[in-house]
Design a protein around this ligand. Structure first.
Ligand code: ZN
Length: 60
């Protein structure tokens, strides 16, 4: 899975600031811009949570 990270401080704490123009804002250093970096992360934890969610749906 790829996540977006800040090009200034490489923090993953980055949010879509102005969706209309694809501008992002870093909540760590305050960077604002359309240019962001992407980084591959381990998806094992996400797979576990998906399975957990399915079990919850069945039990409800
Ligand atoms: Zn930053």
């Amino acid at each position: 899975m790829k996540i977006k990270i800040c090009p200034e401080c490489e923090s993953p704490d980055i949010i879509l600031y102005i969706p209309q123009i694809g501008s992002y804002k870093c909540r760590n250093c305050g960077y604002i811009g359309t240019f962001v970096l992407t980084k591959d992360i381990d998806v094992k934890e996400n797979d576990k949570s998906k399975k957990r969610n399915k079990k919850l749906e069945k039990s409800l």
